[in-house]
Ligand binder design. Sequence first.
Ligand code: PLP
Length: 364
Amino acid sequence: MTNSTINMTKIHNFSAGPGILPAEVLQQAADACINFDNLNLSLLEISHRSKNFEAVMDESKALVKELLELKDGYQVLFLGGGASLQFAMAPCNLLRTDGTAGYVNTGVWASKAIKEAKIIGNTVVVASSEDKKFSYIPKGYEIPANLDYLHITSNNTIYGTQIKEFPKTAVPLVCDLSSDIFSRKVNGNDFALIYAGAQKNMGPAGATMVAVREDILGKTGRKMLSMLDYQVHIKGESMYNTPPVFPIYVSMLTLRWLKKNGGIAWIEKINQQKADTLYNEIDRNSMFIGTTAKEDRSNMNVTFILHKPELEVEFDKLTKEANLSGLRGHRDVGGYRASLYNALPLESVNALVEVMQAFEKKFA
Ligand SMILES: *Cc1c(COP(=O)(O)O)cnc(C)c1O
């Protein structure tokens, strides 16, 4: 067996998703595509019910439980369909036919979740930051006690806002953690349901991690389609149908990498350092403006614009020359967005800051 070696020009990858993965994980993933577990077979051509893959599934789930510090009573699933399918599955499984779901609207992803919930049943938006283009996180809003659940989005990937303090309520919390899961300490037990598409901070596209407290299921009074029913997937141990084996495997490798290096406490510190470095430069540098409320700034997706938008071509030229990639903002909002996911080293943030300083020197 030959190992393909990753030996390319070093690119600083600020992509918002799918996002950067650790180089050693990519290498291990590539190896497993050729010869998995010394079976002389590819991971991609063996049964998902083989004991080798069952071990992958078990370890992946165990790592999720450990890193989120989940107590007994939670089930971890890896499903297809992306986080977007969870926008529909959450209300299908949790919203009673005569009940009400609450949502906090903090951007495009939350809006899409609301759209799906409204199709399933009675849905109210309890707070929104749409009035200021989703540039902040609503706080201090009233949470009606009769809600079946309250849905929040931990990190707003497109706008660059992040919930720093989760709402305290007796209403079960459902959280879309797609773009900041495993980036900071979160008490998983604060939530009845957590979901996250793998491709932002956990692995490649194609798998979605779901962690659900089992006692909240089976209460809606709704007939369920099998593939949309968490209980069916729990009973099938995430193998009711063929699971996305490759994204699950690579997610497992990434979580192993995280654990080996010191877990959440280790990465949270580095992520804070990366975010502080970049936000400090945005605030100091006369050429740039941060686009979100300071107290709600995301440590994962840093959004900013130029004082003089006509200089974007020049800034793009400099970033390209420095091998910085993936910095343009989401097509809905424009400007710039630097995504600082777990696998992005501080060195890449420093490279961006150097370019920002060179840009100021040249054009201020
Ligand atoms: C990317 C993203 C989604 C959508 O994920 P898909 O896997 O493409 O469906 C949902 N929520 C958040 C917060 C995201 O960042």
